[in-house]
Ligand binder design. Structure first.
Ligand SMILES: Cc1cc2nc3c(=O)[nH]c(=O)nc-3n(C[C@H](O)[C@H](O)[C@H](O)COP(=O)(O)OP(=O)(O)OC[C@H]3O[C@@H](n4cnc5c(N)ncnc54)[C@H](O)[C@@H]3O)c2cc1C
Length: 463
């Protein structure tokens, strides 16, 4: 007889481990299967957390070299120790993954170590042993999309996993893909001294971002010294004694050229990871992009089997996976779990940061929605001036008739933190006027939000 649980979650990333903890909080007997040696999934082990540790370390070095002088602070013989930087990153990862292990113990979630595959709709097999549950949740996440002709070895041609563990600073790093992962990791290595070229198929960076913000973003990355080859596709990679020779072609067709690199980062996107689960055997349907199909309540085509996080449709973000984990656990407990997909923020942790929530101007135009725009630059914000970080602006979009906030887009210092009040505003259905009438501490970066909200109605005070 297989060990029985109320819920078995497959995968202990932010979607899976949060779902397991919430289900346990709600009184269910829960197990979570994870094939990695540590908990926390892509996010804690090789994604959000290690990349942010390296972004912080490299930013500290870059600021000491280029930013402190304007504050009258000088330093000589500035250097960095890459080994220590990587050590710090590993410590941070260790503390976070052990933290999840502690939370599992605290909440009495059983960690089943190994890879799970389905035997039936209510039974899985892990390491040759069967386990049964009334509800089984697929939270197996995602993996890097491979690029034909560019074979990853994780040393010279790397995915993000190799790019957060390079042993030395490459002389020339070529990043294939102008999405947020490539730009964040590209900026890490640029700050540490690498020449960085980003090759992007489209004629702009981060295609889902508001166009005006994307243009400003490219400019700030250009100031950092990053180079861009937009509208260009990579058709092949050949390893040489010195590095890698890439073959490029204009996306629209034309003459081929070559580009030499020491290290190539393939960051063209991520795809759902379902390998080895045996979905076909139990009849769980997937869509044209290999994602598990679910209805509004995260139920797959097979009753009793559910899916959340990167493995289903929607933005591949840790907090989106977490929200789904909580919502599903609450639905399984008979509660009204719900995720508001219109209020999921997206942040790029470069410096300045880029953050957005809700609709972009391009989306509103395409949907034929009449809107108003309010903008305020950080050059006119006292706190940003004091910091010496005045690049960027806040841009708010509200409904032309009702003034309801429809979208918020920020490029600027700490944009990822500033955006939180606008996520809350959109969650509560606030208008631009509501934000404009809210007292904001002075002098704070968030005053730029209030001013942008005033600007929606043409009455910004400080510009
Ligand atoms: C470099 C990088 C930086 C990122 N930065 C950010 C960021 O700043 N902010 C953000 O919101 N998102 C970021 N992300 C995305 C984020 O990591 C994902 O959206 C998030 O991890 C998805 O969570 P998940 O639970 O769906 O899946 P995952 O975190 O991918 O976890 C799935 C887990 O399932 C396990 N698994 C798979 N199959 C099986 C099986 N058959 N049996 C047992 N276990 C299995 C895997 O080993 C894995 O641990 C980043 C990603 C990368 C790669």
């Amino acid at each position: 007889m297989a060990d029985q649980f109320d819920v078995i979650v497959i995968g202990a990333g932010p979607g899976g481990y949060v779902c397991a903890i919430r289900a346990a909080q709600l009184g269910m007997k829960v197990a979570c299967v994870e094939k990695r040696a540590t908990l926390g999934g892509t996010c804690l082990n090789v994604g959000c957390i290690p990349s942010k540790a390296l972004l912080q370390s490299s930013e500290n070095y870059h600021e000491l070299l280029h930013g402190f002088a304007r504050h009258g602070v000088s330093a000589e013989n500035v250097s960095f120790d890459l080994g220590k930087m990587m050590g710090h990153k590993d410590e941070v990862v260790g503390a976070n993954t052990k933290g999840v292990e502690f939370l599992f113990k605290k909440n009495k979630v059983t960690w089943l170590k190994g890879a799970a595959s389905f035997k039936s709709a209510n039974t899985i097999v892990v390491d040759g042993k069967e386990y049964g549950a009334r509800h089984i949740v697929i939270a197996t996440g995602s993996e890097s999309v491979p690029l034909p002709g560019v074979e990853v070895d994780e040393t010279q041609i790397v995915t993000s996993t190799g790019a957060i563990a390079l042993e030395s600073v490459p002389k020339h790093l070529v990043v294939i893909g102008g999405g947020y992962i490539g730009l964040e990791l590209g900026s890490v290595w640029r700050r540490l001294g690498a020449e960085v070229t980003v090759v992007e198929f489209l004629d702009r960076l981060v295609p889902t971002m508001d166009g005006e913000v994307a243009t400003a973003f490219q400019k700030t990355l250009g100031k950092l010294g990053m180079k861009f080859k937009l509208g260009t596709k990579v058709t092949g990679a050949a390893k040489t004694a010195k590095g890698v020779t890439l073959t490029l072609e204009p996306a629209k067709g034309g003459a081929a050229e070559t580009l030499e690199a020491d290290v190539v980062l393939v960051a063209i996107g991520r795809r759902a990871h379902t390998e080895g689960l045996g979905l076909d055997a139990v009849g769980v349907a997937t869509d044209e992009r290999g994602r598990v199909k679910t209805n509004g309540h995260y139920t797959t085509s097979v009753p009793g089997i559910y899916a959340i996080g990167d493995v289903i449709a929607g933005p591949m973000l840790a907090h989106k996976a977490e929200e789904e984990g909580v919502a599903l656990a609450e639905l399984l407990a008979g509660q009204a779990g719900h995720v508001n997909y219109g209020a999921i923020p997206g942040v790029v942790y470069t410096w300045p940061e880029v953050a957005s929530v809700g609709k972009t101007e391009e989306e509103l135009k395409a949907e034929g929605v009449a809107y108003k725009v309010g903008k305020f630059p950080f050059t006119a914000n006292g706190r940003a001036r004091a910091m010496g970080d005045t690049d960027g602006f806040v841009k708010l979009l509200s409904d032309k008739t009702t003034d309801k906030l429809l979208g918020a887009h920020i490029i600027g210092p700490d944009a990822g933190t500033i955006i939180a009040e606008l996520v809350l505003a959109i969650e509560f259905g606030a208008s631009a006027e509501d934000v404009a009438r809210t007292s904001h501490a002075h002098p704070s970066l968030n005053e730029a939000v209030k001013e942008a909200a005033l600007a929606v109605d043409g009455r910004a005070l400080h510009i």
